[in-house]
Design a protein around this ligand. Sequence first.
Ligand code: THU
Length: 133
Amino acid sequence: MISKNFIKMFKAAKNVRKKAHVPYSKFKVGAALLTENNKIIIGCNVENAAYPQSQCAEASAVGNLVSQGYKSIKEVLVVGSGKLLCSPCGACRQRIREFASLKTPIHMCNINGHLKTSTLGELLPDSFGPQNL
Ligand code: THU
């Protein structure tokens, strides 16, 4: 299901994707998070010469969300490279889980447009979240 905010999120994610720092994988990713009051928060992947220190686009976006004073994610959109589905990695599903509901839609796109939408609950079943503590 595509929300009315989809186009705005897609443009924002596609734009920030261009800024990705990916000298190693060359695989640019842009992410856009929609807050409760319909503000769009973006992030791109930032790789590092010490490979494991690289950061996914979703992780950058979650950091930006919190640093801008937000704590709630209504929708997520990811724009990857290539033709295949770019779905958030396991660690980023958990990062999103902290601020989203299990019904939160995650739109997965490539630079040409929408490929698939899944809910966070579908991508991260039986998850551990803030309510568990
Ligand atoms: N990457 C993301 O930023 N988000 C995803 O959803 C999948 C993968 C990044 C990590 C790394 O910089 C590059 O894509 C290749 O794995």
